[in-house]
Design a binder for this molecule. Sequence first.
Ligand SMILES: *Cc1c(COP(=O)(O)O)cnc(C)c1O
Length: 387
Amino acid sequence: MPPHLNLMPESSRIPFTLAAPVGRERMYVEEALAAGALTGDGKFTGLCEKWLERSLNAPRAILTPSCTAALEMAALLLDLKPGDEVIMPSFTYVSTANAFVLRGAVPVFVDVRADTLNIDETKIGAAITPRTRAIVAVHYAGEPCAMDAIMELAEDTRLSVIEDAAQGLLSDYRDRSVGTIARFGCFSFHGTKNTTCGHGGALVVNRPEDFARADVIRDRGTDRKKFLEGGVQKYSWVDVGSSYYMSELSSAYLLAQLEQSRAVAAKRKNICRAYRRALEPLEAAGHIRLPGAEPCGSGNGHIFYLLTRSADVRHKLLAHLSGLGVDAAFHYTPLHMTPAGERFARAAGPLPVTEQISQTILRLPVFATMDGSQLKRVVDAVLGFYA
Ligand SMILES: *Cc1c(COP(=O)(O)O)cnc(C)c1O
């Protein structure tokens, strides 16, 4: 631990992220405990799925143990064969790629746009080969990808599109919720996300022809759901599958979070707007670059980042902030530069934007309970560094 961390009492540090109860979490968890039925697909799981379907205008939402699991379900539903290729950004979390590698498919990395850090839709076409089966659109920081262009390209080339909407709950693209535009949308309720139950996720299934098989894959490859609905006399093993349920305890907590999620997103967006206003002079002076946005998109305040001029400046700025009790963060190691990425995936071509931003991105603290004085401390710390 660097010595300056000891100068600041723990209580006055500003955490990078904070997952706190925001509504009826305790009440709903008590209710689930009292009911004594904690396995998945109970009352609270159903209420969360209904909430997602209604709020996102999604045909079908299925709670999963994580976004990783939702991505795995999407990969299973695509029936990928070894050697099939899936186009995605290298600037993303490992789960985006792992889900497809588990099926023997090969992630093919395309560079991201410098303004939104989302997959560069103009570079996807050149990455398509006869083995390409799907495109994964990762909505980085909750900012939507250029979905019109991606969906049009996918239709022309008969590819499936999966939205990795892990960070995208309640972001819109034109009039539609992120995660409901492509064939599948995968959401995360991990502790680092806007709305959380610790570990959790959801698969949004946007085509009715995928509903029945999604139920089977979720339920260990059995037709138990059909049996419970009276469609068959007994249930049996009918397909591949796994156990992709969320426990009722997690669902109970999650429902309370979902109920407050619009308020939380509004709060986070206000924090991001305030950061932007305060830091624009630094951008004008050429010290940093601030996020751009997809013109027809609305984000959800998931991440506020700035881009420094070099890796060295970022390193110094992080240390400066830490010394003042502000926990900032960076990510991702581009997947094509990781040991597993080198082994299981390939880059479609050079990825200069990905490599540049992964060296210079710095994320500032954003959490729903952040107050004005905390915000001011972060802003002053950044401004102070460049003064
Ligand atoms: C958080 C995240 C995931 C993984 O979500 P889990 O719920 O932790 O499995 C996947 N993709 C992206 C882009 C993420 O940010």
